[in-house]
Design a protein around this ligand. Structure first.
Ligand code: HEC
Length: 699
């Protein structure tokens, strides 16, 4: 991989020009202070006692999404009011956690747009657009990944940002000007980045995604020097298909656990695509890994073997990238149960000994407690409905599998319900850890995947909202307060929709979460009692943050649902609120601003050509649509409301007239609409007929 260094842009104003500016006393341009973004190792270490800032995505140095601020607490949270609201001028919502450093909020949104916002007034100080969209014409697949950006990092006066086309960019925190850029993976090989970089020890750590791209894709994490952008080390999460390249003890160990041709064909996957935690106390960097193609273990590793380090938690020496330990959550994973969920650190009294531990609640529905220094498994208990394993054997660390969820052993026609679903009982939305109550607060999606039409690794997968289980009313989305020592939930709050926001806990005995229906709420951290809730007008998938400024505690939440799932399963989030604007809201006890409102205009169908096609043609169109188009335009041709991918039911006569030119010819490639040269005019016509038939159902 080639590093593309971009020369420093002129951040210094030439002396003469500066004098001229002063002479006519033009006010300086709106930028943050020259000391902006001053995150240091020392300040990060102090974040356990000082909640003034939210320096890293996980809030404090232990990645707990927790703040020691308690000005807002159970006794007064009912009085929280809006201090300011800022429209974020990017469609497709926000999935990122805001960072707050010395009075400036830093936030990223779709297309990796970065914003610096005055934490007192909400004014946008600067913004940076890495022009990901300019690359759509060459890589239309980016059109999907680029719409999810889960955050940025700040260190030593720099903002570190990633782009879906695999760039790692350092910006000057005061001005937003680019300082250096590195190409950290190759999008031509199916790699992309949707998550933020992570920082510690003057290094920036960055992973990537792409295990499921179908291309030869081998996951890895890289570390760069924050100042110079120099690549310091790279750790591969799975072995190479070239035996000679597996020259470290870790890669030798991993290589012995693969058989068959999966490494050669698919590269091994195991992407580290989500939150990492840097721990200065042990000098370790912790992150989780994804699964790989083919999904089914018997096909991936036909002669057995655990396929290390898939679906694992990995600890590396942060300085050198050297392997220290791993714990594999699902050794023979066939369900794509990624262990990439956020990792919280603490100390717990277990069996009479005080242990330095880490907590993770991966997709597979078990909450794990591991020894931070050794990776030893200390506890593993279910936090959601699970039917793929009965329990985790604490001696061997391995799950005890159940046949119920083994879809690859069932008849091709059988429909198998798998709990949790492939998007996870817990996804990328951060959980929080309360070090006082010793509870994890997990945004849970209690919804099964229905696997059907299984044949040799290929299957149709649907997410089903379950409204009733055995006659009991059931919430597909939940906020679960989980006690890792008892292995039981302490309390649970239900939501009507599955995809809700990430969590923040505070020393004010509070837990904050936004939901898919647009409510932002606070609960008592010990009992789950709802103490405050406000309707924001937009569905929420991001997680909140908090900071103190001029003696006031602020709670900030980005609204407007962001992240990839909205394109695949838009109906699960389709409420009035999913149409709402993308905004950053800040609340304080003094806040008295009115919530901005935007009237929802009902959408009317435009003039469209008549539908003459046969039912057979429409059915052909439906099938092609499900495979080729649904990922962006939405399942059943229902697009994300308010997003930037058009809803094809509403395409007008002009779009229909240009249809084949767009679909086959790629006439809209520059806008992120791939061209499908391989489709025939008949197939494109069948797709058009299907879109019209879906529109007819609206009339
Ligand atoms: C990677 C994401 C992606 C995929 C996959 C995709 N599209 Fe699109 N499509 C887009 C985007 C983004 C636009 C809007 C482009 C623009 O505004 O310039 C679009 C626009 C269109 C339009 C124009 C609609 C209008 O009303 O102007 C049509 C028609 C269309 N797509 C059909 C399809 C069909 C049929 C498929 C499957 C064969 C498909 N698309 C697959 C992203 C995608």
């Amino acid at each position: 991989m080639v590093d593309i260094g971009i020369p420093r842009m002129g951040t210094a104003v030439p002396g003469l020009l500066m004098i001229a500016l002063v002479a006519v006393s033009v006010p300086p341009p709106a930028t943050a202070s020259p000391k902006a973004g001053n995150v240091t190792e020392e300040r990060l270490q102090k974040s356990l006692e000082d909640g003034t800032n939210w320096l890293v995505k996980g809030g404090n140095v232990r990645g707990q999404h927790y703040s020691v601020l308690d000005q807002v607490n159970t006794s007064n949270v009912a009085g929280l009011g809006l201090a300011w609201a800022t429209d974020i001028p990017v469609p497709d919502g926000v999935a990122a956690v805001p960072l707050i450093v010395d009075g400036v909020v830093y936030l990223s949104a779709a297309f990796s747009h970065v914003f610096a916002i005055d934490a007192n007034s909400g004014d946008i100080l600067w913004s940076h657009d890495p022009r990901v969209r300019d690359h759509f014409a060459d890589r239309p697949g980016l059109s999907w990944t680029a719409r999810a950006s889960r955050g940025i990092a700040v260190w030593g006066g720099k903002i570190l940002a990633t782009t879906a086309d695999c760039r790692l960019i350092a910006l000057d925190a005061g001005s937003g000007k680019p300082l250096w850029t590195r190409q950290t993976c190759d999008p031509a090989l199916g790699y992309a980045i949707t998550d933020s970089p992570y920082v510690g020890g003057n290094k920036v750590f960055v992973g990537n995604s792409g295990s499921e791209s179908g291309q030869k894709n081998r996951g890895y994490v890289s570390a760069y020097d924050v100042d110079t952008g120099e690549l310091l080390w790279r750790f591969y999460t799975v072995p190479s298909d070239e035996p000679a390249e597996n020259d470290t003890p870790a890669m030798k160990m991993a290589a012995a656990t693969w058989s068959g041709g999966a490494l050669e064909k698919y590269g091994g996957g195991g992407s580290a695509w989500n939150e990492m935690t840097y721990d200065p106390e042990t000098g370790l960097l912790f992150f989780g890994t994804a699964g790989a193609l083919p999904y089914v273990h018997e096909l991936r590793s036909p002669k057995g073997g655990d396929s290390l380090f898939l679906s694992s938690v990995i600890a590396l020496v942060a300085d050198t990238g050297e392997y220290v330990w791993h714990y594999q959550t699902v050794p023979e994973d066939s369900w794509e149960y990624n262990a990439t969920m956020n990792i919280a650190l603490d100390e717990l009294e277990i069996g009479g000994t005080r242990r330095k531990v880490l907590m993770i609640a991966p997709k597979n529905g078990f909450h794990y407690v591991l020894d931070r220094a050794t990776g030893e498994l200390l506890a593993a208990d279910k936090f959601a409905k699970v039917n793929w394993a009965s329990h985790i054997n604490l001696e061997t660390g391995r799950p005890v599998y159940l046949p119920e969820a083994e879809y690859w052993r069932k008849d091709a026609e059988a429909v198998v319900s798998i709990w949790p679903n492939m998007w996870g009982a817990h996804g990328w939305h951060p959980m929080a850890w309360h070090p006082g109550h010793k509870l994890s607060y997990i945004p849970v999606m209690d919804v099964p995947s229905m696997v059907s039409e299984y044949a040799d690794g290929d299957f149709a997968d649907t997410l089903e909202i379950v409204s009733e289980v055995a006659g009991q009313p059931f919430s597909p989305g939940k906020l679960v307060a989980f006690d890792p020592l008892s292995g039981e939930p302490r309390w649970t709050v239900g939501h009507r929709l599955p995809f809700n926001g990430g969590i923040m806990a505070t020393a004010g005995n509070l837990v904050f979460q936004g939901d898919a229906e647009g409510a932002f709420s606070a609960y008592a951290a010990d009992t789950g009692e709802k103490l405050w809730s406000v309707r924001t007008g937009s569905s929420i998938t991001a997680a909140p943050a908090t900071y103190a400024l001029d003696g006031n505690q602020y709670v900030v939440i980005p609204v407007g649902s962001g992240g990839g799932i909205q394109f695949v399963y838009p109906k699960l989030g389709s409420t009035e609120e999913s149409r709402g604007p993308t905004r950053l809201l800040a609340f304080t006890l003094e806040g008295s601003a009115a919530m901005p409102t935007k009237p929802v205009v009902p959408r009317e169908l435009p003039e469209q050509p008549e539908l003459h096609a046969s039912q057979e043609t429409i059915d052909t169109g439906r099938q092609i649509y499900a495979w080729e188009c649904a990922g962006c335009h939405g399942k059943d041709a229902v697009a994300r409301v308010g997003g930037s991918v058009p809803d094809l039911r509403y395409s007008d006569s002009q779009a229909h007239a240009r249809w084949h030119g767009i679909v086959i010819g790629g006439a809209m490639r520059a806008g992120g609409m791939p061209g499908y040269e391989e489709l025939s005019v008949e197939e494109s016509e069948a797709l058009r007929a299907y879109a019209l038939s879906r529109a007819a159902e609206l009339r």
